[in-house]
Structure formats: C-alpha cells, structure tokens
Design a protein around this ligand. Structure first.
Ligand code: CMC
Length: 391
C-alpha cells in the first residue's frame, strides 16, 4: 500500500536518531555533543570542535595533535586538480567550483570510496579535512588571479587556511591573532546544525553508500541556495542594495511583508528557531568587536542594526516569530576580515564540513538503511498510448 499523508519540507518528520547536536528552537539552545555553543565559541578552537563532533568527545592533547598531524600529512592536492580548476571561467561561483572539485577528488583518492571499517572512514575523513581548505583557498586565488600555493604546516588549521587564502607572492603574510580568533569562532558557530538541508543531503547521498567526498559535494550544492547557506551572501547584497537605494529600511520592510513581492528579508527567519538563533547573538557581538578592533566603520552594519530593530518590533515578524539568523551578521565580519562576498558561502561550507562528516559517519556506523521517502501520487490514471498523429 502507498502512503496517504505527506510532509512537504519535512517540517514535522524526523529522519534519524542522532547523538551529535541538540537544538531546542523554542528556547534558542544549541549544543554539540552536550557542550553549549556559547562555551565552545568562547573556549574551544575549531579543530577541537571538529574532533568533538566527529568522534564524540573533546580530544586530549595527544589525540588532537595526532589528528592535526594526520590532516597535515594529507594536505597535498594532486597537481592535475589544478587543470580542472583552470578549466573554469574566473567568474564561476566558488560554490559550484568547490562542489565540482570535491567530487573530482574521488578520482584522485579512490581508496576513499568503499569505506566500511572505522579505519577506512578515518582515512577518508582526514583527507577531506586536509584537502577541502586547500581547494577553497585555490578557488578564491583563481578568482582573483593569484598563484595557487600551499600554506605552512607549522601553523594551526585555521591560521594556515587564512594564509593559503591571502598570502601574496614574495610576502611573509601571517594572519593577525585577532583575525584568526574571530574567524575560528565563526567556523565553530557553523560547524553543525543537526538535520538541516545540506546535512540531510549528505546523509541521504551517503545512505546509498556513495563515498564521503561525493556526499560532501552534494552537501555543498545544497548549502549554496539562498534559503540556506547562500543567505550570507544574499544578506550583504541586500544591505548594499538598501544603502545604494538611499538607506530607507522601511521601504524594504514593506517589500518583505508584501505577499505579492517575492522579496524576503534575507538573514531572517528559521525553520526551527522560533525565539532567537543563539548563533546570531554571538555573531552580532563578535561583529561589533571585530569592527572595533580593526577600526572599521561599515555603514552596512548601521543598516543591519536598524533593520533588525524594525523587524523585531514589527507585527508581521513578531506574529511569524522571525528573528535574525546565523547569516544576518556573519557577512559583516567576513567583509571586515577581507573576505569577498562570493566567498561567504564557501566559508560556511568550511565551517560545516566537520558536521557533515560527523553526520555521515554516524549514519554509516549505525548502518542506517538507504534514504527513500514515499509520495502520494496525484497524476493521471492508466490511459492508452497515443500515436504521434493522434496527439
Ligand atoms: N522575510 C519575510 N517573510 C518571511 C521570511 C523572511 N525572511 N521568512 C519567513 N517569512 C514568512 C513566510 O512568508 C511565511 O509567511 P505566511 O505564513 O504569511 O505565508 C512565514 O514567514 C513562514 O515562513 P516559511 O517560508 O513557511 O518558513 P520555512 O520554515 O519554510 O522557511 C527559511 C525558513 C529560513 C527558509 C525562511 O525564513 C527564509 O526564507 N528566510 C530568508 C533566508 C535565510 O535567511 N536563510 C538562512 C536560514 S538560517 C541558516 C542557514 O540555513 O543558512
């Protein structure tokens, strides 16, 4: 028999049991493996959080250093991957480039595909954690015409990534400690968010026992959309558009409320958070600090603050429980750190990578069945074939 009820968008459908991330949307609570996001953002670093999410416990000093060494040992990318990257036009969106290159990596790492044992999984995991930041930095460098380079293995994971992004030829660029810390915090805040669209995609693709890399590649594609990770780029573009238009936030609020206008207030609303997004709170504070630290006066921040204030007092937004989400203020920090707007969503992907990996690993270890939802058929009943002349 077929199913008789459906739940479009899976608004009220659980797809799995998971021990990774706890989220309470009414109270605005987010915890990774039982640790509060506030405490982790304050005290942990990104690689520790990655380890925690993937393996379930905070690493000891030795466990963390072995993990980091294993990652460093895999941080080369086959030279032929550069040829694939070279085939893209400079104007290609880096999310498309990253999804493609992550998929292409399979061909250069065939042992990462059939991973049944924990050891094989571990090897695939350290490979993708090592190579994805390189691909991300390369996608950026290609776009801005910088030579493709590797980082510096003596640096921390995040510091090294920033160096790979921004190092100019013949310079001794070392990212500032404050910048590394702010960026690290952003990555932690993005690291997992239970069964969101991209993570569900990773689990779904992985459930057919396609390998880790292609599952991640599919997750990157899902994250790209403006209703999901692509919102961070869309927010800044929206704030810029408001600025260009003269800064009248009320006009854009009216557009967002108009049901005949497809415009939405980007960075507002969330499927699960109906009170506040705890990540947005931390990010707003961090945005203030980073701008202060760097002595940057960004008029777009003023527009964001005005828009937030108006929305929080507006009946339409109050009735629908729409609050600023993680993407509302993150772009302002990325911009202050010198990251161009089309790289915002790739930064989200880099942050979410440990979460995708953790969820994929959990799904495989629990031997979950292939994902295969049902439907309610609403098409034609049986009818006879019509020859071309009869149509
Ligand atoms: N601006 C104006 N109206 C909105 C917005 C918004 N940003 N978000 C939701 N609504 C309205 C929506 O029109 C609907 O109104 P009505 O009940 O009158 O039809 C009501 O609020 C409920 O919205 P929904 O679309 O049914 O809610 P959803 O859970 O399907 O969608 C969402 C959640 C995040 C996709 C949506 O709020 C949205 O499009 N927000 C803007 C994009 C965005 O910021 N995305 C980032 C999400 S957070 C992290 C991430 O995934 O990257």
């Amino acid at each position: 028999g077929g199913v008789t009820t459906i739940d479009p968008g899976y608004k009220n459908t659980g797809s799995c049991e998971s021990a990774i991330t706890f989220l309470n949307g009414e109270e605005g609570i987010l915890r990774y493996r039982g640790y509060s996001i506030e405490e982790l953002a304050d005290k942990a670093d990104f690689l520790e959080v990655a380890y925690l999410l993937i393996f379930g416990e905070l690493p000891t000093k030795d466990q963390l250093s072995k993990f980091h060494e294993d990652i460093k040992a895999q941080s080369h990318v086959d030279e032929d991957v550069k040829k694939i990257l070279d085939g893209f036009p400079k104007s290609a969106h880096p999310m498309g480039v990253l999804s493609s290159l992550t998929s292409a990596l399979v061909a250069f790492n065939p042992s990462s595909v059939n991973v049944d044992s924990e050891e094989e999984m571990y090897n695939a995991i350290v490979r993708i954690l090592a190579k994805f930041p390189v691909l991300t930095a390369w996608a950026y460098r290609k776009r801005v015409g910088l030579p493709l380079e590797y980082g510096d293995a003596s640096l921390g994971y995040v510091e090294n990534f920033l160096k790979m992004m921004f190092k100019k030829p013949n310079s001794n660029y070392v990212p500032k400690k404050d910048i590394v810390a702010a960026f690290d915090k952003l990555l932690i805040l993005h690291a997992d968010h239970e069964q969101n669209c991209s993570t569900s995609t990773v689990r779904m693709v992985g459930s057919s026992h396609a390998g880790l890399f292609v599952s991640i590649s599919a997750g990157i594609a899902a994250l790209w959309g403006p209703l999901h990770g692509g919102a961070n780029q869309a927010v800044i573009e929206m704030l810029e558009a408001i600025k260009e238009d003269g800064g009248d936030t009320k006009k854009f609020m009216a557009k967002a409320k108009d049901k005949n206008d497809p415009f939405r207030l980007m960075g507002f609303g969330h499927r699960v958070y109906k009170n506040f997004d705890p990540r947005a709170k931390i990010i707003k504070k961090a945005a203030d600090e980073v701008l202060n630290d760097l002595g940057i006066d960004d008029p777009v921040l003023d527009i964001a603050i005005a828009l937030e204030k108006e929305a929080l007092e507006d009946q339409y937004f109050v009735d629908r429980k729409l609050y600023p989400n993680v993407d509302f203020y993150s772009g302002i920090i990325y911009r202050a750190l010198g990251i161009p707007v089309e790289m915002f969503t790739p930064m989200f992907a880099l942050g979410r990578l440990p979460g995708w990996i953790a969820q994929w690993r959990e799904m495989r270890l629990r031997k979950e069945p292939i994902g295969r939802p049902r439907q309610v058929y609403i098409g034609e009943n049986l009818r006879p074939f019509k020859e071309t002349e009869e149509r």
